[in-house]
Design a protein. Structure first.
Length: 224
């Protein structure tokens, strides 16, 4: 946990001092927001796409030869809609898992400036720290259960991944469509040696062995 906080603090410090260290380059601040369409990499349980959001601040640093670097600091909500999480039953049952992250993506862009607009390719590594989570379960013919909170000893609070996409910049506006891969297991430990039929145990089994959340993001930036 301490290592995660140190990484995030150092990254945030780099985000703040970047403008001061780039006086010879062209840079500008901005705000960002957009939609997140996330799914579970555990395909056997994934039932549909979960639509959530991300918001934050950004700084664009333009470099020679069409390159630019654009770190951001954002709150990013993602999750998964799962079905048939309770096996060996004829009852319809589902579970929605939602996690909110404080996330630091660093977008590396390349594209020619065509005066009126600038199309570009985008590669974005990112790290993040989980702030909150919840699971909402439904079992047919039963009252919906109250939301369940995962203990952060169960979930991996730290996340890291990579996004790849394309974008276009027109005047002060920028739109990026990006597919994101989240690396590592979503849960902190693999399956228990004994079967665990609790909701948390079922989810832990589903997301062990390298399974995580992935999906598409559509981001709009306003640069000043």
């Amino acid at each position: 946990m301490k290592r995660i906080l140190v990484i995030l603090l150092l990254s945030a410090a780099a985000f703040l001092v970047l403008p001061a260290s780039s006086a010879s380059a062209q840079g500008r601040f901005g705000v960002i927001g957009g939609m997140t369409f996330s799914t579970a990499e555990q395909q056997s349980l994934n039932r549909s796409t979960m639509n959530r959001y991300h918001v934050g601040v950004t700084y664009q640093l333009k470099l020679p030869f069409g390159f630019s670097i654009q770190p951001s600091l954002q709150y990013h909500v993602k999750g998964a809609k799962l079905g048939d999480v309770i096996r060996d039953t004829d009852l319809n049952n589902t579970c929605d898992l939602t996690i909110g992250y404080l996330e630091l993506p660093v977008s590396v862009q390349w594209g020619p400036d065509l005066l009126l607009f600038r199309p570009f390719l985008d590669v974005t590594p990112y790290i993040g720290c989980g702030l909150n989570n919840r699971m909402d379960a439904y079992i047919e013919n039963f009252r919906p259960r109250d939301p369940v909170r995962n203990d952060w000893t169960e979930l991996n609070r730290f996340e890291y991944g990579l996004g790849v996409g394309v974008g276009i910049e027109i005047w002060k506006f920028q739109v990026i469509g990006r597919y994101n891969w989240n690396f590592g297991s979503l849960y902190a430990r693999d399956d228990a040696s004994e079967p665990d039929f609790s909701l948390v145990g079922i989810m832990r089994e589903a997301f062990s062995k390298g399974r995580n959340l992935g999906g598409f993001t559509l981001t709009l930036s306003l640069l000043f």
